[in-house]
Design a protein around this ligand. Structure first.
Ligand SMILES: Cc1cc2nc3c(=O)[nH]c(=O)nc-3n(C[C@H](O)[C@H](O)[C@H](O)COP(=O)(O)O)c2cc1C
Length: 121
């Protein structure tokens, strides 16, 4: 089982990192192949609402924007499990966590029948 473990804190050695490293060890202890990512090492933005991912051609379901997050999105979609840890900043997960969720989830939503739902990719 391939598992991606993401620390969505800017701090690489503090609370969230400790928890996520522990989660990584736990996953590995039951045989998972893991990859650990410090999200703040990557340079990326959230969804730009370009809607290229909604076009009915080969770009459908794929995020058009290319930046440091692009290969990680591919790896996540190719993995079996995703573990994300984020500190709480003003009652919400961090801005980088939000940007990741926007990029990861929006391209998978289908508008085909007028409702929004996952493409099942
Ligand atoms: C900008 C900012 C906003 C924060 N807002 C909250 C908050 O709303 N609620 C809370 O309980 N802690 C808040 N905290 C504290 C962090 O969530 C807490 O220290 C967390 O454990 C930090 O995680 P880290 O050690 O992995 O960086 C905030 C910290 C920062 C820097």
């Amino acid at each position: 089982m391939k598992t991606i473990v993401i620390n969505a804190s800017p701090r690489k050695k503090w609370n969230t990192a400790e928890i996520m490293q522990s989660a990584q060890k736990g996953a590995e202890s039951v045989g998972a192949e893991t990859k650990y990512v410090n999200l703040y090492d990557l340079s990326f933005k959230g969804c730009r609402s370009c809607l290229v991912c909604k076009l009915k051609d080969k770009t459908k379901g794929k995020c058009y924007w290319r930046d440091d997050l692009s290969p990680l999105i591919e790896e996540i979609l190719d993995s079996d499990a995703l573990l994300i840890g984020s500190p709480i900043y003003f009652g919400e997960p961090t801005s980088e966590f939000r940007a990741l969720v926007e990029r990861l989830i929006f391209c998978l939503l289908s508008y085909d029948d007028g409702s929004s739902y996952f493409t099942g990719k």
